[in-house]
Ligand binder design. Sequence first.
Ligand code: C2E
Ligand code: MG
Ligand code: MG
Length: 682
Amino acid sequence: MLKKNIHILLIEDNPGDVRLIREMLKKSKLAYSFDHAGTLSDGLVKLKEHAFDVILLDMNLPDSSGLDSIPEIKRVASKIPIVMLTGLDDEETAVSALQLGVQDYLLKDRIDRTLLLHSLRYAMERKRILDALAESEEKYKNLVDNSLVGVYKANLEGEILFANNALARMLEYSSPEEMMSVMALSLYKTPKERRNLLDILIKTGKVNNFEIDAVTKTGKTKSLLLSLTLNGDVISGMLIDISKRKQMEETIKHLAYHDILTGLPNRLLFIDHLRLALSQSSRNQHMVAVLYLDLDNFKEINDSLGHAAGDQLLQAVSRRLKTCLRESDTIARIGGDEYGILLPHADNEEDIVTIAGKIISAFQQPFIIGNHTLHTSASIGISLYPYDGADVETLLKNADAAMYNAKKRGRNNYRFYNPAMNARTLERMKLTNSLRNAIESGELVVYYQPQVSIDTGQILCAEALVRWQHPEMGLLQPMQFIPLAEETGLITQIDDWVLRTACTQNKTWQKAGYSPVSIMVNLSSRHFQQPDFVDTVSQILKETGLEPEFLGIEITERTLMQDIDLTIPYFNKLADTGVRFCIDDFGIGYSSLNYLKKLPVQMLKIDKSFISGLSTDPDYKTITNAVINLAHSLKLRVVAEGVETEDQLSFLQIIHCDEMQGYHFSRPLPAKEFPRFLKPAC
Ligand code: C2E
Ligand code: MG
Ligand code: MG
């Protein structure tokens, strides 16, 4: 197959042999060019200057002998095939030459044209195959180096033994060599990810198309698709960068769940969030509010100014609505000019009313679109889970109906689906406002109820109980405003005021010469969550001059159990000053007996429901008796609340209850009536 011109170099010092070979070549039909060197050094020069296809090399040259010539030639022309020319007696050496990489050898004595040509052909063919092989190796190397697939080898210890260019590029290393200087572990976002993969690999021998988060040299995270095989303790890995694909997927997902114009979640996502909120709420007992908002005059704006202005208005409205909401709320565009707002943790109606009010007022400022100043307003319908519906569809339908009601009532307002809610909300809002005023304008009053020893009938304490002298509604009992005060946070102000008033009053009685009693004050759970709670109480004691041992604080069981580990230090700090603690309404909550031991509590008040039950249900006797025994074993004094009859009192005496409080002895009284129970100090 040798069609092209063959460039032959003969390195031979014997002119006779040179001639002979020339002759043979001339007589052949070979297309060739011929050059000749008489010494090895001459031959090397020629090899450097010209390209040859084959070398005919004499074994014995004047400047080199035997096998020494071969490495010299290989150094300058490693890929050119060599055919050795040897004498008969050199045959053994010639075989060694073959081992050194010579293609063939010819015995000078036996050489003829056919043999020479055959040998040249053979050498040439071999060169061609070698070239092809080298070329294919090069191609393969390029393929690995330049492919988009990252390829690497590592051992189980995590040393990278090989990495291709693609992998280095993928992970932002300057070269495969630089990659090989780091450990495989540092390429994973979490060591756990590598450990998991290795576990699978060791068990099964391979891992296919596994998505991992890899970290690049500059610390970026990339999503890679990884396939691994294990051979002995060598891991071969192939990696494809799927970060772009992931981004695309994210974009597609975003588009499917968002409104392109405003970037807000769309109806689908809104429903998803609502469904999630409902399932969470049924677990944690929160209310969920769905607000359906419709712009009042959007159609007119759109028709008169065109769609582009309409679109800009929707975008501006969306931005403004977002500022009215909390991070956890969802606002979605669910139709042309309709928005859905989800409040997943609505603790009380006030929160919802506040947000709805905030949204309505957000529309008071006009929107500037191009050179137009646009005035628009919104109508909002509100439905509440679980009251107005138990599922997504019903809640949406009812919020929508409420929104139409808001439109009917003159637009630019909000309506609850439940008509009673509308009335109640108004009433509560009015009440909240006037309660806020009540504290400032001195409408609150404290009544005092005596707490007496069952054995001696002696007065030991007075419980301070707040009332509200409402200008229109008359004297309001705590149950009519304390829950509202707790919801709105006003309770801390009320309690502080009661605490200060009661301490002042107690000190006044002492100064007036009465024998001292303790004043018991009820504090709501909100107090214990305030870091300055201990300071507030100490400050009030200091200001009023009341010694701490004449103050008792009543806490309900429920309050006690909230964040108990956090609040124990507060209790201890106050108890150290001499203030006493009493557990109120004991029996209806869920105190853990374990905690009772840990707390600085001296007194326990059995809830009045147990005392009123004494006359009707024998079980209550058993329970009350058990509670008293238990309290005594924990060295606590027991007070029975709500004692109304002689029978109740007698029973309590029999079972050794320590103190009692109730109408049987006295109702709560205004401060000026209380001294009738106090004795002069001796
Ligand atoms: P409490 O701390 O358990 O107070 C005892 C309640 O039982 C008082 O109701 C008292 O008037 C009532 N009571 C006393 N003896 C009898 C009786 O023989 N029969 C009946 N049926 N009831 C009796 P009041 O004053 O209406 O207070 C109700 C609750 O409001 C209190 O229960 C307390 O939890 C809360 N409270 C009152 N004042 C304050 C305050 O200043 N701050 C806070 N946070 N809560 C207060
Ligand atoms: Mg109480
Ligand atoms: Mg009580």
